[in-house]
Design a protein around this ligand. Structure first.
Ligand SMILES: [Zn+2]
Length: 257
């Protein structure tokens, strides 16, 4: 079997009343603790994205039971709820920060009535979680839909967020996540030109050696996933989704780098 790594996608982890919309944006912290405990009990190795890339595209196969954890947007509740649980098991994760909105409440989608707009981590918090072993990646400057903006705006979103975060963190920012899973071939090309070594999408499936490192699929863990659903998503048997297959083909026909 070709080398593969499941890259799990989370957004918020915390204590939430049940919601009808955007369920993949929430994970109950008790459920999250059980999920991480399950990975630990089964001997899963949690890789950072550089290790995952090396396993998929470089040094040779990642451990059979390995995965990577990603958290989009960089919510304050990552530090409050997810970090202590990750630390308990010695797990690492990548948090994708929106460089223009650090320390601010999230702005882009209408929350359900009565639900507060969650705040994003500020630079100090990002430095703290980095010091605790997490990797910070870019989620652009303004959480832009990259497929819907022009080439110059695209490049600005990618370069300014990288430079801003690098300045704040004092480390190289190598990993990107396309906001809303929105990208096109030019965005992928621009990501490579800007110096990102990986970029994650909302395309579904395990990441394999057949993927392009700037177009990595993930598996969203949703509010409704109990431990059984979580365990199912760790499995490698699901066939790649048609949109993922189509993008692989498009990339192979028009190489971006
Ligand atoms: Zn996002």
């Amino acid at each position: 079997m070709a080398p593969r790594v499941s890259i799990l996608m989370y957004h918020q982890v915390g204590d939430f009343p049940p919601m009808k919309a955007h369920r993949a944006n929430y994970c109950d912290h008790r459920r999250f603790a059980r999920q991480m405990g399950f990975l630990h009990a089964l001997g899963f190795e949690v890789l950072d994205l550089d290790q995952a890339l090396a396993g998929l595209f470089g040094e040779g196969p990642p451990p059979a039971r390995s995965l990577a954890l990603t958290f989009d947007d960089g919510y304050d509740n990552f530090a409050e709820y997810a970090l202590p649980i990750l630390t308990r098991y010695g797990f690492t994760a990548t948090v994708y920060a929106i460089s223009g909105w650090l320390g601010q409440p999230i702005q882009w989608y209408g929350q359900e009535p009565g639900r507060a707009r969650p705040r994003l981590m500020d630079a100090g918090r990002l430095r703290e979680i980095q010091a605790a072993g997490m990797t910070i990646g870019s989620h652009t400057v303004t959480h832009a839909r990259l497929a819907e903006i022009g080439p110059e705006a695209k490049r600005r979103e990618l370069t300014v967020s990288k430079a801003t975060l690098e300045d704040l963190l004092g480390t190289e920012v190598r990993h990107l996540c396309y906001p809303f899973g929105s990208f096109d071939l030019d965005a992928v090309r621009a990501a490579g030109e800007t110096g990102y070594v990986s970029a994650t999408t909302c395309l579904r499936g395990p990441a394999t050696a057949a993927d392009h490192p700037l177009l990595l699929p993930r598996k969203a863990i949703s509010f409704g996933d109990n431990l059984l659903g979580f365990a199912w998503k760790l499995g490698f048997k699901q066939a790649p989704k048609p949109d993922l297959v189509a993008w692989r083909q498009r990339l192979s026909q028009s190489p971006v780098l």
